[in-house]
Design a protein around this ligand. Structure first.
Ligand SMILES: [Ca+2]
Length: 294
């Protein structure tokens, strides 16, 4: 390669821009890739990170991200933390109006003390000022998929020692790396011990509301947990509605057309104990809820 070509290719490389955060973007894991989320060792990431095609909160066809730590106290893959760098979770969070990260999360082995970490970069693209959300959100092992909202406004963060001294506001406008981690203490590193962290629909939210979707048009279920009968109350004006129920593996275990009714019940007495997803589809809307069969 001659010098001119070398210079040309270098200048082309430097002009390649990374993906940047966009308001309301969603990592849904429907493409069965980790969408840039990784751990320190790419080799271990290939083993410890999986992206099942089914079994997310919406059941069949809802792919999700799953990271299982090694359970060791030290070494690659031992810490409960994943990150993206110079990818879709970098850039100007404040400029995009992003005030929270919403996600579906499930802990199937060990409680998760959920925190979001953000870092800016120096001129060599190394993260320098690092900060994590001050208050962990505890996801109890075995509690099934939970929809959580992690506020990420400046006052929500603790800046970790050793950085370049930027304020949370400054970091939020020039993010290089984002982390999702479990640690009872404010730390840039995840805690060790065996954990399985499942994630879905990681969303750059411009609202702090946890009830965006809740309205008078929402369906409801009771009792939850259910032992013999699950009552389903439909939204008003439901047309051509149907109920589908999926188990945690995404297998459809029940379906029924419920047109022209306002409530119905499902006999669950012979179902296996566990978590199920119930989906109501109608001309107007599709909604899902989780319930437990005891
Ligand atoms: Ca998904």
């Amino acid at each position: 390669m001659n010098i001119k070509l070398l210079i040309l290719s270098l200048s082309l490389m430097s002009s390649v821009s990374f993906a940047q955060i966009v308001a309301n973007q969603v990592d849904g894991f429907e493409d069965n890739t980790p969408q840039g989320w990784t751990i320190g060792s790419p080799t271990l990431a290939d083993i410890l990170i999986t992206t099942p095609a089914d079994g997310g909160p919406d059941g069949a066809g809802d792919g999700y991200f799953s990271y299982t730590t090694t359970g060791s106290s030290n070494g690659g893959g031992s810490k409960c933390i994943i990150y993206t760098r110079n990818a879709q979770w970098s850039g100007d969070f404040s400029g995009q109006g992003v005030v929270a990260v919403k996600m579906d999360i499930r802990a199937t082995s060990g409680d998760i003390n959920l925190r979001i970490g953000l870092a800016d970069q120096d001129s060599n693209s190394f993260p320098v000022t690092q900060m994590v959300t001050t208050n962990p959100i505890v996801i109890t092992a075995g509690s099934g998929w939970q929809e959580v909202t992690v506020p990420i406004q400046p006052s929500d963060f603790t800046v970790l020692p050793g950085g370049s001294g930027l304020t949370p506001s400054q970091v939020l406008s020039s993010v290089v790396e984002m982390r999702i981690l479990s640690n009872p203490n404010a730390s840039w590193i995840g805690e060790s011990g065996l954990r399985v962290m499942d994630l879905n629909d990681i969303t750059a939210s411009t609202t702090l509301s946890t009830n965006e979707i809740v309205s008078t048009d929402e369906f409801s279920i009771s009792p939850n947990p259910a032992t013999s009968k699950l009552n389903v109350y439909l939204p008003q004006n439901s047309k051509n509605a149907s109920i589908s129920v999926y188990d945690v593996l995404g297998k459809k275990v029940y379906s029924k057309s419920i047109d022209a009714l306002t409530s119905t019940s499902v006999d669950v007495s012979n179902w296996n104990s566990g978590v199920y997803i119930i989906r109501i589809s109608s001309d107007n809307t599709t909604q899902t809820k989780r319930f437990v069969k005891q």
